[in-house]
Design a protein around this ligand. Structure first.
Ligand code: AMP
Length: 626
């Protein structure tokens, strides 16, 4: 397939307004992709390599801008590219506005197809993929020049439309509204005869801004799901990883057949971690082929993720909870083929060489081939855990590994097993997987308490905290392993966060029995050193309030009502509430730019005036620390 044809289809996708239309367009494109189907399926997601593949393109913005500037001609500098980027905000649009192709010379013809160069027309999807593979493979002396020349060559041969998607591909953001669920559903529609449906997990995506995480479904810029700078800060896309929905709750508004076909594609994706291979399998071998795929030792699987939750959440929904220590380290996946072991990070990078003690542990202690999920923790001389930043010092280290090993000792805490002795365990219930883990691994396995007693769970948590760990994980005992999903079957329960003292600036009258009481309270943080408005809203609280308290709060607040409209009232800042919450999230809903997750009323701070309430600055700090 010509790259120009791919770019044209990508333009159509970008312009498509509905989710359903997007799935249909992707299905058509996959059906037309011919031999290049695997590459097209990956490119649509902004990926050059399969998810399991530890090769990385590693083209940063600087290199990309430089290649664009060079191909755009002598008069164009990197700062010109950057200036235009500042104007348009998007590298694809910038690249599409240059005229390429004027540059000649040997490297102008790099780029992998047999055309004769010039602006546009001779790049193929495969040629681009091959060139990018060469860029990824270039290491050592002279590799920087090879990378530069190859990228320059690609742009130099690109038409404006091609350059747009080339630039986006290099930086991993296609921005065409094609999420993982879209490719999955389109694969089922194109090759298995499924109806074209709106992907449940991406519904409405087209209505909003294009997703920030279009390019990568990973919530995992870093082993902790942080921003990668090791400060524990969450990236904007962390919560929007695909697969937010809880397993078992996914209702499809489609016929059973379509649901089953889509599930077959989904399962194959989970097992292989490869959109390209799955699309090809669906086309060549149908549902039977998809169902026959199995895990391969040595190919990393996406890690199952956890949502924040409470013991009450767990025990409300499940018969009992499987409780484990939440270790403060970095996620690792160990693959052992019976002879040697490799280690992968949460974003599936091969970190085998950086963590020899985990390799030794696996090779010494595993009695059968296995894929083991766990946490790498740094341990001090006294055996107590060290902060996770210490572990990160060991990850990705290429030099001085032995010296670092003396400085920071890393140990394995294994908590799950995806494959043991030739058998895949993704569909096996959690407690059984844990038993299998114990069968194959003698040491370094997490303790698991299965309990429905909140006091027993609280005692387990106290022990974990006293031993220096982060808290506990609550897992649904009969749940299967869902790669890449942030479902509700794994809950991370962290100790309660600091409370906030917030000013009540509005409220809503209740309904029914509570119609004479103010029921939902609008909360605001104070903005220091600024006049009007001195407060910015941050959330609403309605839970944790007894009927008796509602009456008292109504009496307390009613005199301060300044305006009423419908059931809503505006309230003059006068009363301060102490509020607990599970997390502070960035959110456009409130004027502060933040929202509280699960806010609950703890009491009125009678000792505090609005001027003593917490400031937005403190909220900023807490949000950063969370
Ligand atoms: P968070 O990084 O806060 O989203 O918490 C989820 C992470 O906790 C996982 O990705 C693991 O790296 C880590 N973790 C620590 N202990 C466990 C455990 N027992 N089970 C699952 N994940 C754990």
């Amino acid at each position: 397939m010509d790259f120009a044809a791919f770019a044209e289809r990508a333009d159509e996708l970008e312009a498509e307004g509905s989710d359903l239309g997007t799935v249909a367009l992707v299905a058509d494109l996959l059906a037309d992709a011919g031999d290049e189907l695997p590459v097209v399926a990956r490119f649509l997601r902004g990926e050059v390599f399969a998810g399991w593949d530890s090769r990385k393109l590693s083209v940063g913005p600087a290199l990309c801008y430089e290649a664009i500037a060079r191909a755009a001609g002598r008069n164009v500098s990197v700062s010109d590219v950057e200036a235009r980027l500042a104007d348009t905000g998007e590298i694809g649009a910038v690249a599409a506005n240059y005229e390429f192709g004027g540059q000649t010379g040997l490297s102008a013809f790099a780029g992998g197809s047999d055309g004769d160069g010039g602006a546009g027309g001779d790049l193929t999807v495969r040629g681009v993929a091959d060139s990018l593979a060469a860029v990824a493979a270039a290491t050592g002396e002279g590799s920087e020049a090879t990378r530069r020349d190859t990228l320059f060559g690609l742009f130099n041969r690109a038409s404006p439309a091609e350059a747009k998607y080339l630039a986006r591909l290099l930086l991993g953001e296609m921005r065409i509204g094609v999420g993982g669920g879209t490719v999955r559903d389109a694969t089922a529609a194109a090759f298995l005869g499924a109806e074209t449906t709106t992907p449940v997990d991406e519904r409405g995506e087209k209505d909003d801004e294009k997703r920030e995480d279009d390019a990568g479904t990973e919530a995992d810029d870093d082993e902790r799901g942080d921003d990668g700078d090791g400060d524990g800060e969450r990236g904007p896309e962390d919560e929007s990883a695909d697969g937010d929905e809880s397993e078992g709750e996914r209702e499809r508004e489609t016929g059973d057949d379509t649901a089953e076909l889509v599930a077959a594609v989904e399962r194959a994706l989970q097992v292989t971690n490869d959109y390209g291979r799955v699309a090809e399998l669906a086309r060549e071998e149908g549902v039977a082929g998809l169902r026959s795929v199995s895990l391969e030792v040595g190919r990393p699987v996406r890690a199952m993720l956890a949502q924040a939750g409470t013991v009450a959440d767990a025990l409300d929904g499940w018969d009992a909870a499987a409780v484990e220590t939440k270790y403060d380290g970095a996620r690792v996946q160990l693959h052992y083929d019976g002879e040697s072991a490799s280690v992968f990070s949460r974003n599936m990078e091969d970190v085998t060489d950086a963590l020899p003690e985990l390799v030794e542990h696996a090779e010494r202690e595993l009695s059968a081939p296995a894929i083991v999920d766990g946490e790498a923790v740094a341990v001090g001389d006294d055996g107590r855990p060290l902060p996770f930043q210490e572990v990160l010092r060991r990850f990705r280290r290429k030099h001085d590994v032995d010296r670092m090993r003396e400085e920071v000792a890393v140990e394995l805490r294994a908590f799950d097993c995806l494959h043991a002795a030739g058998e895949d365990l993704l569909d096996t219930p959690l407690t059984e997987r844990h038993d299998r883990l114990r069968d194959v691994l003698d040491t370094g396995v997490s303790d698991l308490l299965v309990s429905d007693d909140p006091d027993e769970i609280a005692a387990f948590e106290t022990d974990a905290l006293e031993a220096g760990h982060e808290g506990v994980m609550l897992k649904r005992p009969d749940s299967t392993y869902s790669p890449g999903r942030r479902g509700r079957n794994w809950l991370k329960r962290k100790p309660d966060v600091e409370t906030l003292d917030l000013v009540v600036t509005g409220a809503e009258w209740g309904e029914g029995r509570r119609a004479t009481y103010l029921g939902t309270f609008l909360l605001s943080a104070r903005v220091e050193g600024r006049g009007d408005p001195e407060y910015e809203t941050i959330g609403k609280v309605a839970t944790g309030i007894t009927d008796e308290e509602l009456a008292e709060l109504t009496d307390l607040l009613e005199p301060h009502v300044v305006r009423e409209s419908g059931t809503e009232v505006a309230i003059r800042p006068a009363v301060v509430f102490e509020v607990g919450y599970e997390e502070i999230q960035r959110s456009p809903t409130y004027s502060s730019g933040y929202a509280l997750r699960f806010p609950r009323f703890l009491g009125v701070r009678e000792d505090k005036a609005p001027g003593d309430a917490d400031t937005l600055e403190r909220v900023d700090r807490l949000a950063d620390a969370g």
